[in-house]
Structure formats: structure tokens, C-alpha cells
Unconditional design. Structure first.
Length: 402
């Protein structure tokens, strides 16, 4: 992918990974992402971030198409996760930079990852700035957005925020800018990314957005480390991040289930009817068809989460255990839930699901519905009534916050 001059003498020198599908357990379709690195040509030539080790030669050729690598003076590591620092040993050897800038936590993590105490580290903290010549770089630590080491680099003369993983999306494309691709698709991918990666750190997101506003940073371009660069929709993505973080209630619900012989599925459909009768829009997601990350993507935009699993070997279905583990770790806030289950003889799954939901701090509508074997008309009516009760709880939540 050719290098792109994103501002005068500032280049995108990243790589496109067209085929990656699974990112540390977060999977998505369509697949692919980019690892964005940025090169600023100034008195001090500076490289911001890098790429996974397996793409180091791609990065080499990108930079080499502009300047020989040894001309680079500084490297800034905004984030030490291997998809942005994996090429560091290679770069350090080729470039031998005068200075490597990173946060204090980044310094520790570079040591933990690469065990190279002799690299010329220059740990920085919020408020520190350096001059590149015509341009300045101001650093802002963004701890736990989404790792302890994360930081932003802001170039005021260019109104450019290099934001590491924040505001990123996993999109593989030949386009580089937000005004070159479909905006609805871009926002859907930004949301999908947020709800699978950034969600647990939502209080930090609000704090960082407030800090950016308080500092009065003028931003006309946000260059994240994954995906598309924002230049025509900067206010939109800033507001979207605040909205994602606040997770205000809405009249939408996701019913997620697994099944062996479809009884639980029949129950899911009856519950959906009850929700719809209360004016709540529903998505029904079978875990054999949807990956846990896709359910989280749907939950981005839904206050209700209703979970169903038959009893399986005195427990719940493995894919449901997988989903609940994943969802609980992402700490969604302000959700309303319920459980439903078919069983054959011992019937433990309803209680297990209910306890899981409670442990994830979801407000559970009880009792859920338990059905011995195949639901009859009366049992389906009970399911529909559960849907109505959950629907009422969701509507009450929406009205309370209106
Ligand atoms: C491999 C297997 C293990 C099961 N284990 C249990 C169990 O431990 N306790 C129980 O009550 N039912 C058990 N069942 C019965 C199912 O829960 C029951 O058939 C249920 O109606 C299936 O719901 P489904 O049609 O949604 O798959 C088991 C069924 C299978 C096939």
C-alpha cells in the first residue's frame, strides 16, 4: 500500500493486514485491519509507532520510499502492545535513534517486552513536550485507554492528534481517510471496536475526553493506530466516543442462546414477541452462528441482554459459558437481563445463567423461564410474558433517563 502524505511532510507509513480475523479472541467479519505508523519530516525526523514484527520489512520499504531509515532521529512509542511495537528491535538496529519517547509505564513495558536496557529511553508524562524543529509534540498519558502505557501525541502546529488505539477501527482498505469510505460502515466498525476493546475503560474515556476539552486542544485530524484517519468527521467520532462510554439506555434488546434440539430457540422467539409488544426492538443471536464479539457488537446498541441455554451435563452450553465470560470481562453498564432454559431432568442451567448475569452487574428480571424438554403453548406464553416484563423494565429505564 503506497505511503500517504496526510499533512505536509507527515506521512502514513503503515501496513494493511488484509487477512487477520482473530485479534486476541476478538474476531470480526469482514476481516482485516491496518497498523498505522506515521513519519514526520522535520529538523528531527520522527517515527510514531510501528507494526507487528512480521510486517517489519513492509514498514522498512514504506519508510525507505521517503528517506533512508538511519535519517530518523526519534521514535515515539504511544503504545507497547506488540501490534504497534513488534518491529522495535529491528527498527532500533537499523535506525539507532537518538531518543525513544514513551510514557513511564511504556518504558517499563518496553523493558518487559524486549529486555533491552540500553535503548535511549526518554519517558514522558502528561504536559511534557518536545520540539522537532518547526513542530512541537505534546504528550498526554491515557492510562488504561486501553493499556497502562497508552498515550496520545499531539502536534499543535498541525492540529493533529496521534491517538494510538483510541478512535481506531479494524478495517483493511486501500482508502486512508474517513471521507473516502462509507461513513455508516466506518461508524459501525468504530463502535464494534469500542465495544470489544475499549468498553471496560469507559470511565477513563470520559475523563480523557474531558481533559482534551479542558486543554482546548484544536484537532482537525485524528490519526489512530488502526484503520481509517479522521479528518472530515472529527467532532462526530469524539461525540460517538462519549456516547459509547455513557451507554445511555435505549429500547433495544439482544436475545442470545445456544441449543441442541431447538427447544431453547423456540423459547427465544416467544420472548422476542413479548419484548416487541412492549415496543422494544430485538435481535436474536444463536451462538453457533455468531461469534461472541458479534454479540458484543450488537449489545453496543441494546439495553436488554436475555440469555438462554439448555442444561448440558449439569451446566450450560460451552459457547454460552464462552460468551458470558467475554461479556462480563467487558463490563457493560446499565443493562437489563433475564434467563431462560430448557432441560431434561436436573435443570441447573437457569440458575447458572441467572447468577452469571447478576455477577456481571446486570439488572435481572426474575424468575426466568425453565421448560422441561419441548415448550408447549402454555410454556411459550410464559416466555412471552417474560419478554413483556423485560420490555417494561427496559422502557422504564429509558423513561427514567429521558
Ligand atoms: C449431551 C446432553 C447432555 C445433557 N445433560 C443434561 C443434564 O445434565 N441435565 C438436564 O436436565 N438435561 C440434560 N440434557 C437434556 C437437555 O437439556 C434437554 O434435551 C433440553 O430440552 C435440550 O434443549 P434444546 O432443545 O434447546 O437443546 C442433556 C442433553 C444432552 C444431549
Amino acid at each position: 500500500m503506497p505511503v500517504t502524505e496526510i499533512k505536509k511532510d507527515i506521512y502514513w507509513v503503515g501496513v494493511v493486514d488484509w487477512n487477520i480475523h482473530d485479534f486476541h479472541g476478538y474476531s470480526k467479519s469482514p476481516q482485516g485491519t491496518t497498523y498505522n505508523a506515521y513519519l514526520v519530516i522535520d529538523d528531527k525526523i520522527t517515527l510514531f509507532d510501528s507494526v507487528p514484527a512480521k510486517f517489519q520489512m513492509d514498514l522498512y520499504h514504506q519508510i525507505r520510499s521517503i528517506i533512508p531509515l538511519e535519517k530518523i532521529d526519534y521514535i515515539v512509542c504511544n503504545h507497547i502492545e506488540p501490534d504497534h511495537s513488534g518491529a522495535m528491535p529491528f527498527l532500533m538496529e537499523k535506525i539507532q535513534p537518538e531518543k525513544v519517547f514513551c510514557s513511564k509505564m511504556g518504558h517499563r513495558m518496553l523493558l518487559d517486552h524486549f529486555h533491552q536496557p540500553d535503548w535511549p529511553y526518554h519517558p514522558v508524562q502528561t504536559g511534557d513536550s518536545i520540539s522537532l524543529g518547526k513542530r512541537t509534540v505534546q504528550f498526554m498519558e491515557t492510562r488504561m485507554l486501553h493499556w497502562p502505557d497508552s498515550m496520545f501525541s499531539y502536534i499543535p502546529e498541525e492540529k493533529l492528534l496521534i491517538s494510538n488505539d483510541a478512535f481506531g477501527q479494524n478495517i483493511a482498505s486501500s482508502e486512508r481517510f474517513d471521507d473516502e469510505i462509507d461513513l455508516a460502515m466506518l461508524m459501525a466498525e468504530a463502535s464494534h471496536y469500542y465495544f470489544n476493546i475499549v468498553l471496560p475503560f469507559s470511565p477513563r474515556v470520559i475523563a480523557v475526553l474531558d481533559e482534551v476539552a479542558k486543554l482546548g486542544l484544536e484537532i482537525d485530524m485524528i490519526a489512530p493506530d488502526h484503520g481509517i484517519i479522521w479528518r472530515s468527521n472529527v467532532p462526530l467520532i469524539l461525540q460517538a466516543y462519549r456516547d459509547y462510554a455513557e451507554q445511555k439506555p435505549n429500547k433495544k434488546a439482544v436475545i442470545v442462546f445456544d441449543t441442541m434440539w431447538h427447544s431453547t430457540e423456540k423459547m427465544a422467539k416467544a420472548i422476542a414477541e413479548g419484548l416487541m409488544e412492549e415496543g422494544v426492538a430485538v435481535r436474536i443471536m444463536h451462538l453457533k452462528q455468531y461469534h461472541h464479539s458479534d454479540v458484543m457488537g450488537a449489545l453496543a446498541d441494546a439495553t436488554g441482554i436475555i440469555c438462554g441455554s439448555p442444561t448440558h451435563n449439569n451446566g450450560i452450553m460451552p459457547l454460552m459459558a464462552d460468551f458470558l465470560t467475554y461479556m462480563k470481562g467487558l463490563k457493560p453498564l446499565g443493562r437489563v437481563g433475564a434467563a431462560f432454559a430448557s432441560f431434561g431432568w436436573s435443570g441447573e442451567s437457569l440458575n447458572i445463567l441467572t447468577e452469571w448475569l447478576k455477577s456481571a452487574k446486570i439488572e435481572v428480571v426474575e424468575p426466568g423461564v425453565k421448560c422441561k424438554n419441548v415448550p408447549d403453548h402454555a410454556k411459550l406464553a410464559e416466555c412471552k410474558e417474560l419478554g413483556r416484563q423485560v420490555g417494561k423494565a427496559i422502557v422504564a429505564k429509558v423513561e427514567a433517563e429521558a
